[in-house]
Design a protein around this ligand. Structure first.
Ligand code: FRU
Length: 457
């Protein structure tokens, strides 16, 4: 699988569609897989929703898109490939089977006068309604300038009028991070009194290293114009991409991202599968700007018998309070308190002799959290670079790390606002240990909790 698509809550069910190649763990002639859940935790596979139609505009792939409620008719708005076009499909049986619109594609070719590359780039429709009018964003690029999202309007989802770019990136700007040369998978939604635009950013090229990261812009939307005020990465790890956001019946903005593989092609082929979804996360607006990002509370249903420790002081020579905790499916919560340690954090997936371990470390002087995979695996065939994120701690603010381990997946949440997600592939079966650490002084741990996570199956 790759991108999440068509997220929608319909009646009792959350629907998660996704880019899927049933033929093997590689990207080719993509279909729409489909899973449903009542609780965001346990999922059931439904039949494949969209398959390319020979001779049709989607004959080389049903690429990414969204789902909308068209006055009671569930409607998928997706990318036909190749070339990239906008196509529609509707369901008359409660989202189980899908009928493609006879007039597909409903939109082909970029607006005249805009150089979006050769072949052109125009994909991943994101649709919403304001009053009676539908609006759509398409991801694109403007050659020589940067990534872009183009805004369209329609009265019927079929006839679309181009308005203007909602935002154009500047490929010459690399601070605080590069926004690449091309954008994919836009999302645009109100949050509190602001609007948030999320785009996945890539550079030119087709190999996996062209996919960079996910940027969120928070700002103001008025008269179909968006002014970005703050920006950050939605995830500072190494494998989170193409997220999609949906609003659920409780009013939550839920987001799933695709986590790609970070081991070599031969290992992926022999595993027989590639790609997973992140856990669902809830986005909120932070007072003062930016977003909070938290895993959904529903995940607590998977917690087994936990161990909790309180008021532990850590130094370079302390015993490890989590010596008894073992596992590769765990939730860990560590609330650090006062102290002067230069660096502290938590090592996971540790072998007993520490030949393998993955470090999650907070550096006090730099005020950054790092996810360091240098020692994650003795296998030569894995990515081992480190990733780090600015925390921007307020004076007196504590540091809380919440970590989800699910086999090769590590999701780190720092103070409910900074995420780092990466994949690790320890070669040893006994790389299951967890260790708290501090260097260059002491730090108190107000509370640490560790829960084994039950399977969702
Ligand atoms: C992002 C993406 C989308 C495209 C889909 C194809 O990962 O490249 O832009 O629609 O994947 O599978």
């Amino acid at each position: 699988m790759n991108d999440p698509n068509g997220l929608i809550q319909w009646g009792e069910l959350y629907h998660l569609f996704y880019q899927h190649n049933p033929a093997g763990p590689f990207h080719d002639r993509i279909q729409w897989g489909h899973a449903v859940s009542v609780d965001l935790v346990h999922w059931e596979d439904w039949p494949i929703a969209l398959v390319p139609t020979g001779g049709g505009p989607d004959e080389d792939g049903c690429w990414s898109g969204c789902a909308v409620d068209q006055d009671g008719v569930p409607t998928l708005v997706y990318t036909g490939y190749d070339p990239q076009t906008v196509c529609l499909a509707t369901s008359a049986d409660g989202l189980r089977t899908w009928q493609k619109h006879a007039g597909n594609p409903v939109l082909a070719r970029p607006p005249a006068g805009l150089d979006t590359g050769t072949p052109y780039n125009l994909r991943d429709p994101y649709v919403w309604r304001e009053g009676k009018t539908w609006y759509m964003l398409l991801a694109s690029k403007i050659v020589g300038i940067g990534g872009s999202v183009l805004l369209y309007r329609s009265d019927d989802l079929v006839n679309w009028t181009y308005l203007h770019p909602l935002l154009v990136g500047d490929m010459a700007e690399t601070e605080p991070f590069w926004t690449g040369t091309e954008w994919e998978c836009p999302n645009f939604f109100p949050l509190g009194d602001k609007h948030v635009l999320v785009v996945s950013v890539k550079k030119d090229g087709h190999d996996p290293s062209a996919l960079l990261h996910v940027v969120q812009f928070t700002g103001t939307y008025r008269d179909q114009r968006f002014t970005a005020e703050t920006q950050s990465l939605l995830d500072y790890g190494s494998c989170y991409y193409a997220p999609q956001v949906m609003r659920d019946a409780q009013g939550r903005a839920l987001v799933w991202g695709w986590l790609w593989e970070e081991r070599g092609e031969p290992a992926v082929r022999s595993a027989g599968w590639a790609g997973v979804m992140s856990v669902p996360r809830v986005l909120d607006l932070r007072p003062g700007g930016g977003l909070t990002i938290r895993p959904v509370d529903e995940l607590q249903a998977l917690r087994g018998a936990g161990r909790v420790f309180q008021d532990v002081t850590l130094t370079a020579t302390s015993a490890n309070p989590l010596a008894e905790v073992q596992g590769d499916c765990l939730e860990l919560l560590v609330e650090f308190g006062d102290g002067d340690a230069a660096e502290f954090g938590i090592d996971v997936r540790c072998s007993p002799d520490r030949q393998e371990y993955t470090r999650i470390a907070y550096d006090r002087a730099q005020d950054r959290v790092t996810l360091d995979r240098a020692q994650s695996s003795t296998s030569p065939d894995v990515r081992r670079d480190e990733r780090s994120a600015p925390v921007k701690r307020a004076a007196g603010e504590a540091l809380t790390l919440r970590v989800f381990l699910d086999r090769s997946v590590i999701e780190v949440y720092v103070n409910d606002r900074v995420c780092l997600t990466s994949r690790v592939y320890p070669a040893r079966e006994d790389s299951l240990g967890v260790q708290l650490f501090a260097r260059g002084g002491r730090v108190t741990v107000e509370r640490v909790a560790a829960w084994p996570m039950r399977a969702i199956w």
